[in-house]
Design a protein around this ligand. Structure first.
Ligand SMILES: [Zn+2]
Length: 372
């Protein structure tokens, strides 16, 4: 079986307007390209094709989700808010979330691409998948847009699969550099979905994603936040996965592992202050492949989130897709070896101490699982 892959030209047509990267224009700020621009996604997809990998993937056609699908995780008020704004365009749907004319339909197609890819994994049509969709989804809250995200792509897909009786227990691993606050909110009281977010401490949203947010009521223990200190490198990330993420997955025993995949923890990203290279993303992806093989018949589904370095996102993305498919192309990342030599890539004591605290969350999760 092949790896499933989703992309659609419309994903590039979601219009975020102008910006000076992440700085809103106006007053003394000259309009330029908005940081959440199509380029990173277009170039990632281009490299997938130029490398020859695309020919060896199973292309999956995105189909827009319905309003019923959206309403499983968002409020009717919010759905109407996005529908109305999308007719006008050129406004902010929420904090840091510009919306263009027609963005509503593209957001439905983004969630729909995620669903079709996840569904193909659950139906056994592909061995795993990567949905290269836009706009992203992990910041979108039930009743609010946030951080360039309109609809929760992964939550919409997961809730629909659950409603269709195709999956019960899902684990979501979010390696985007920002906190997966929307995904957390949508499953916060639900023990059927384990949400794990590895992010830079208090980067975006601010005051979101502390280690103390573990879930509520029946969902207590089933939300794990690992807010790594800025400057964390490959050593800190690999230790986090080995000591917290993988033990949590092993304890939870999901039917499906989802990765909400952002490449803004790379050392060249203008939004994050982390130091990952494509080599590290490859190793993290391998850990996810191995965990899925060990726990749930290899069922691993990834959907795209952030990542803002035009030059570097494609190499991180290709490394992950190569790992999912088990096919190594002839493409060489010209920067990865150099980045391995950067100071601070090895696990540092202050990072180790945060990870040690996060290990206690796995103990808490196991206690909650045993109590059921
Ligand atoms: Zn991000």
């Amino acid at each position: 079986m092949k790896t499933g892959y989703v992309f659609h030209e419309y994903y590039l047509w979601h219009d975020t307007g102008t910006g000076a990267q992440m700085v809103p224009t106006g007053d003394f700020v000259e309009p330029g390209l908005h940081v959440e621009a199509p380029g990173t996604k277009r170039r990632f997809n281009s490299l997938v094709h130029v490398s020859g990998l695309a020919r060896q993937l199973q292309m999956i056609e995105p189909i827009a989700v319905s309003t019923e699908d959206v309403l499983r995780v968002h409020t009717p008020r919010y759905l109407k808010h996005i529908q109305d704004l999308s007719k006008i365009g050129g406004m902010d749907a929420g904090p840091f979330t510009p919306i263009g004319r027609g963005s509503y339909e593209i957001a439905l197609l983004s969630a729909g691409g995620t669903y079709q890819a996840f569904n193909a994994v659950m139906q056994g049509q592909v061995k795993n998948c990567y949905a290269l969709v836009r706009p992203p989804g992990h910041h979108a809250e039930p009743d609010a847009a946030s951080g360039y995200c309109l609809f929760g792509n992964a939550p919409i897909a997961i809730r629909r699969l659950q409603a269709e009786g195709k999956v019960e227990r899902v684990a979501v691993v979010d390696w985007d550099v920002h906190h997966g606050n929307g995904t957390q909110a949508m499953f916060y009281e639900d023990p059927s979905v384990l949400t794990i977010s590895v992010h830079q401490d208090n980067l975006f949203p601010v005051n979101s994603g502390p280690i103390t947010d573990t879930g509520r009521g029946p969902g207590d223990g089933f939300n794990i936040n690992i807010p790594l200190p800025p400057g964390s490198g490959t050593g800190a990330y690999e230790a986090t996965f080995d000591r917290v993420v993988l033990p949590a997955l092993d304890a939870f025993k999901p039917d499906l592992i989802v990765v909400t995949s952002g490449f803004d923890a790379s050392g060249w990203d203008p939004m994050g202050m982390m130091m990952l290279n494509s080599g590290c993303y490859r190793r993290l992806a391998q850990r996810m492949v191995d965990a899925a093989n060990r726990l749930c018949g290899g069922r691993l589904a990834m959907t795209h989130e952030g990542g803002y370095s035009e030059g570097y996102v494609p190499f991180c993305g290709l490394a992950v897709l190569e790992t999912l498919s088990g096919i190594r192309t002839s493409v060489v990342d010209p920067m990865s070896d150099h980045m391995d030599l950067w100071g601070g890539q090895a696990l540092q004591p202050h990072q180790d101490s945060l990870i040690r605290s996060a290990e206690e969350l796995v103990t808490h999760l196991k206690k909650r699982l045993n109590a059921r």
